[in-house]
Ligand binder design. Structure first.
Ligand SMILES: Nc1ncnc2c1ncn2[C@@H]1O[C@H](COP(=O)(O)OP(=O)(O)OP(=O)(O)O)[C@@H](O)[C@H]1O
Ligand SMILES: O=P(O)(O)OC[C@H]1O[C@H](OP(=O)(O)OP(=O)(O)O)[C@H](O)[C@@H]1O
Ligand SMILES: [Mg+2]
Length: 283
């Protein structure tokens, strides 16, 4: 049985539980539970603080884990990043008070920077030859400049709303992050096969996100023109209808292009257009 460490509560917990559920694996909701036996896969879920997941995996307490790349990088544990999971996208950035007179990275020389990511920041400063004082704080980093604890901050940014609320401006992005599946560097072959199975399921879910399956009827003499403007896994599928003047066209379309394509198809005479959710793509 494989043991997977997941965040007990917080931003990663819900999306992790959802990804597992989409992969046919039900785990408990975490919170006060420490360990739970999954349904749908021979697996045990270990609920931990996200900061502790890299160490749990490198120590072999868990065989694998789901955690942000930012924590993987910060902890510096010997691990394998097996797969990017496409959720909890954020970045780690330096930010300064709006009226700081910031004029480039050298501004940080001799300044005090508050962060929960001292390792990533010190590596960055070292690579840029910047000598600054790094102050590690556990949370509410964005408040540090206003209360006089620091001159600037280095923290997670997503929408930028928290920076704005605290009168800060993002001046430099040091890393991009998203949730990843990590695994121990050495696993017995049976557990390695379980990781491969999990990856196979996750990949099919991630690949299908943002895609729609579109089915329509179209005059047979317009099929060639329609196929020319449509994407497709190989190419769109064309099926004859009982009425030889009409065909049925099936195609996978990216959500972001959906309405543009549908408008063009309607102009070409497409009718009875069905847009269906796509749950998995098995390649
Ligand atoms: N605003 C955000 N948008 C997107 N992803 C985020 C955001 N904030 C954090 N993350 C990602 O989610 C991870 C977990 O964030 P969360 O705030 O739950 O962490 P935490 O407070 O350290 O939790 P824990 O109690 O488990 O230590 C972060 O390490 C980061 O990868
Ligand atoms: O750019 P934004 O979209 O505002 O997101 C960034 C904020 O999100 C996270 O905090 P969270 O909201 O999880 O609260 P926390 O400080 O309690 O972790 C992170 O620590 C930032 O403070
Ligand atoms: Mg944490």
């Amino acid at each position: 049985m494989i043991k997977i460490a997941i965040q007990s509560k917080g931003r990663l917990n819900e999306d992790t539980t959802q990804l597992l559920a989409d992969a046919g694996i039900t785990v408990g909701a975490g919170h006060r539970q420490l360990i739970s036996r999954a349904k749908g896969f021979d697996m045990e879920a270990l609920y931990l603080r996200d900061d502790d997941i890299p160490q749990a995996v490198s120590m072999g307490v868990a065989d694998a884990g789901i955690v942000g790349q930012n924590e993987v990088e910060e902890r510096g544990e010997p691990l394998r990043v097996v797969m990017r999971l496409g959720f909890s996208a954020c970045r780690l950035s330096l930010a300064v008070p709006k009226d700081s007179g910031y004029d480039g990275l050298r501004w940080f020389d001799g300044r005090r920077i508050a962060t929960s990511y001292p390792r990533i920041l010190s590596q960055f400063f070292e690579s840029e030859n910047i000598r600054a004082e790094i102050h590690e704080i556990a949370g509410s980093v964005e408040v540090a400049p206003a209360v006089g604890m620091a001159d600037a901050i280095f923290d997670i940014v997503s929408s930028g709303g928290t920076l704005l609320q605290n009168g800060l401006t993002e001046v430099h992005t040091v890393m991009q992050s998203e949730a990843v599946l990590v695994a121990s560097r050495q696993l017995p072959p049976d557990k390695e096969r379980d990781i491969e199975k999990l990856c196979f399921r996750f990949r099919s879910i991630i690949d299908s996100r943002g895609l729609k399956y579109v089915v329509m009827n179209i005059p047979a003499d317009r099929v060639a023109a329609a196929v020319g403007m449509l994407p497709g896994m190989k190419s769109p599928t064309v099926l004859p209808l009982a009425d030889p003047a009409w065909s049925s066209l099936h195609v996978v379309i990216r959500q972001s292009e959906l309405w543009d394509k549908i408008e063009q198809l309607k102009q070409m005479g497409a009718q009875d257009i069905l847009v269906l959710a796509l749950e998995n793509i098995i390649r």
